[in-house]
Each structure stands twice: as structure tokens, then as C-alpha cells.
Design a protein around this ligand. Sequence first.
Ligand SMILES: Nc1ncnc2c1ncn2[C@@H]1O[C@H](COP(=O)(O)OP(=O)(O)O)[C@@H](O)[C@H]1O
Ligand SMILES: [Mg+2]
Length: 405
Amino acid sequence: MVEEEIKRKADYSETFNVDNLEVENQALTNALNQLEQENKVINKTLIRTQEETAMLREMFNKTSSELENIRKPSLLVADIVNIIDENKAIIKLPNGNKFYCYISKDVKNLNAGDSALVEQKSLNILEKIDVSENFDVEKYVIIEKPKENWKDIGGLKEEIEEVKEVIELPLKKPELFKRVGIKPPKGVLLYGPPGTGKTLLAKAVAQSTNATFIEVVGSELVQKFIGEGAKLVKEIFNLARAKAPSIVFIDEIDALAAKRIETGTSGEREVNRTFMQLLAELDGFKCLDEVKIIGATNRIDILDHAMIRPGRLDRLIEVGLPDEEGLLEIIKVHTKEMNLQKVKLKQLVKEMNDFSGAEVRAVCTEAGYFAIRDNRDHVEQEDFVMAIDKIRIEDDEEDNGAFFG
Ligand SMILES: Nc1ncnc2c1ncn2[C@@H]1O[C@H](COP(=O)(O)OP(=O)(O)O)[C@@H](O)[C@H]1O
Ligand SMILES: [Mg+2]
């Protein structure tokens, strides 16, 4: 019996062996630690997910509000001619047509003579606007101090000389003209095919005279500023005077000054008003004011002659496609910084007849791409040959497109 008792006690003490308990305790503590660790990770993930959700929600809201904006039709600017009662008014559109239409409930304090935004179809008046105060011309034109240099222009020697004489000299040395007693032209018209360096010439002369360069695109002026084109022209010249010496560069001037075919459509009349304002501005300033105008066009054939009468853009400079010598000068400009190996530029330009300066630049870029694709750090003759082919094909496709389109 006693023996049995002793054995039982021994068993008992074995079960509750302190060592065993500690091991167990340790295991449990470890498990607890691990769980705590996991808990932390889960919490972090939760926070991150919440942040991401918030971000996505914000993106979604932004996108949908932008979508909404894109879907909104554009509105017309109209003049209020007469208020009939609080719900109705007579408006005048930029083309001169008058309409009797409804005033939206949100519009308050509308008076005759105000400007308002109206819906395109219903012509409901949606919002009163204050054109004169909100009109910030600097938002609508490109103003810069160009970095383009005479050295960046290949060929065009005579054209450069002429631009220097007509634009640079009067700005830099007006006293020469006063002394001799002649009036320099107020501006020039550069004409010729696209990509031949007209913009480049204008920018280079702005750079060499340290003039503010104000760029306007004729077609944009006509399209974007229905009802406001004339006003914008006026503001552009005010700006030019304020920032003098300055050069106003009007690209695609034919869009404003195309020969007027009297179709009598509203768009036509609108362009005319803008054009008239441009002529008035040109006539209004003096030859030796520190403002010069450079117009550019690919379509001299459709340009209204009023634009080039004496005292306006009366100096015409043709900027044509480069000859072989010109092409060589241009390709030199555009390969100046390129790492060339055994490239014979002279031979290349023989394959580039009818290319414009812009196309020569495109060839150089493409040739560089061929080298990059081939994992080389230098450009070889063959890269240029392939690039020329590529640009010529693109060019032909465009021509055909234009022909059939
Ligand atoms: N004569 C030229 N010399 C050097 N680069 C030229 C020349 N003509 C055109 N380019 C290149 O083509 C680009 C476009 O030319 P651009 O002056 O805008 O032509 P345009 O105004 O006549 O359409 C220029 O930025 C320039 O890189
Ligand atoms: Mg141009």
C-alpha cells in the first residue's frame, strides 16, 4: 500500500513537474507574441486598405466630375438686349441675330447690356458673366522669351538677313531710321510650306532682340473666341505695348485674313470682325513703336490683300523648301549633339529632296531611335537611310490622305 502511495505521488509530481510547466509557459508566451505580431500586421493592412479606399474614392469622384464637365456642351456668350420680365429676355448672339428666350431661375440681377452664357440649343440664359473683368488675355496667348538662336537655323541665309533688317534693326537701332528719315515696316509676313522654319525665324529674332514673344494662332483665335475675337486682338496689342519691346507672332494668319467670300454666315462675319480689329490695330501703332508683327502662313494664295497693304504687313518674305545646300546646313544643326560614326551627311541629303526642315529633324530623331533599338551608343549611316525611308513613307501617306480626304 505504502509503495503504491509513493509511486502515485511520484507520478503526480512528474505530471506537475515545474520544468514542464515552464516549457509550456514559454510555448504559450511565444504563441501569444506571434498572435500579437500578426494582429499588428493585420491592423496595419487594415489602415492601408482604408487609406487606399479613400484615395480610390477621391479619384473616382474627380474622374466622374471631369467626365461630367467633358459631357457638358459649350455655351455661347450673348448680349442681353432687353429684359421682358423676370423669366424672359431678348438676347443678341455674336452673329447679330436676336432671340426671345428664357432666364434660368438661378440668374439674378440681369440687366440690359450685360453679357450672359446661354445654352447652344435652347438659348436659355444660364449665367451672367462679367466679360471685361474675367478677360485675362495672358491666359489665351503664349508669352515667352525664346531660346532659339540664329545658329539653330540651317540655311535661309537671305531670309535671316531680311528679318534682321526689318525687325531687328529698328528695334535695336531706331536712331538710324530717324536720322535717315525713313519708316521701317511694322512687320513682315513669312510665307511658305509647313515646317520650313517660319516659327523658328520669328523666335530667333525675338531672342536676338530680347523681345517678349507673344504667339497667337489664327485658327484658334477664330474657333475659341466666338464673339470675343476682336476683343482678344485688342487686348493682345495692349499686352504687346505693355511688354515692349515685343514681337507679336500670328501663326496661320490666313485663318483670320482669308479673302472674304461673302457667304454671310455668322462665322464669316465673326472672322471679319476679328480681322477688322487686327487691321485697325496695325494701322494704329507707329513704325518705331517697340512692337513688331510677324505673320506666318502656308496659304498666301488665299490671304486677303488688305493684310499686306502698305503700312501693314507690307514686307513679304518667302520661306521655301531648302535646296541641297540648305538641307546640309539643317542636318548639321540637328546632328550637332548626336554621336555619329562614319556618317556621310552630304550623301544623305541627296536622298532628302523635298524634305522640309521639320522633316530633317524628324529623320535625325528616327535615326537615333534605330541606334537605341539596336543597343548602340552611336548612330550610323544605315540608321539615317532607314529613317529617311520611314519619313518619306509617312509623308506620302499624309499627302494621299489629304488628297482623298
Ligand atoms: N531651316 C531650319 N533649320 C533648322 N531646323 C529647322 C529649319 N526649318 C525647320 N526646322 C525644324 O522644324 C521645326 C518646325 O519648324 P517651324 O519653324 O515650326 O516651321 P514652320 O513655322 O515654317 O511651319 C523647327 O522647330 C526645327 O526643329
Ligand atoms: Mg510654324
